[in-house]
Design a protein around this ligand. Structure first.
Ligand code: ZN
Length: 118
């Protein structure tokens, strides 16, 4: 077992020595991750600090509670669009009303023609 581990360490070290120099970013073992809910933890990353919107302390999968994550204002934008549409359609007359008005005009014209003939 220890032989296997030693073999692995040897392989790992030889791989690291094979890495090209000056092309790899610096790796930080103590990258601070801050969540929008206030939770903080450290991890390894090439970045020094990471800000996230969800973590295991506030994600619905782990908490079991429903939660809306609206980072791009999607719900608000959709509501705005719906409101615009409803107000626009309320201001418009509609097909049925226009058709009825057209029919009334036609009948009036016909009646006029008949009256002029007679
Ligand atoms: Zn969180």
């Amino acid at each position: 077992m220890t032989q296997n581990l030693n073999n692995f360490i040897y392989l790992f070290r030889s791989l690291i020595s094979l890495m090209q120099k000056d092309i790899h970013p610096e790796y930080n073992n103590d990258c601070a991750v801050t969540c929008a809910c206030g939770n903080k933890f450290t991890t390894g990353s090439t970045m020094k600090a990471i800000r996230v919107e969800l973590c295991n302390k506030c994600h619905p999968f782990y908490t079991g509670k429903q939660k809306f994550v609206d980072t791009a204002r999607r719900v608000e934008k959709f509501q705005e669009r719906v409101d615009k549409k409803t107000t626009a359609s309320a201001a418009r007359k509609g097909k049925k009303v226009k058709k009825a008005a057209g029919a009334v005009k036609k009948i009036a014209k016909k009646a006029e023609k008949k009256a002029s003939k007679a």
